[in-house]
Design a protein around this ligand. Structure first.
Ligand SMILES: [Zn+2]
Length: 83
């Protein structure tokens, strides 16, 4: 993803970078995008180890509030697995 200001597709206003914070039992999680479909794992809830994992950046339009998410950067697993 190239740098530079992102524009809202609806109203062409500036979009500001941020991220969605997931509230999880016992803490907060920054979301990750995982390739494929979720598989249940008894120990971890949803199995994600060994899968392609990317951090999610979410941009918010300053005018209409539209959110757009980009999963660009490869990242490790967050949260309860250890930041
Ligand atoms: Zn907008």
């Amino acid at each position: 993803m190239t740098n530079g200001t992102k524009k809202c597709p609806d109203c062409a206003e500036e979009m500001v970078e941020g991220f969605i914070l997931d509230m999880a039992y016992g803490g907060t999680l920054v979301p990750r995008w995982i390739k494929g479909r979720p598989e249940k794992s008894f120990w971890e809830g949803v199995k994600a180890k060994g899968k392609e994992c990317r951090s999610v950046e979410t941009y918010r339009c300053v005018k209409c509030g539209l959110l757009r998410s980009y999963a660009v950067t490869e990242a490790g697993l967050p949260g309860i697995w250890g930041y």
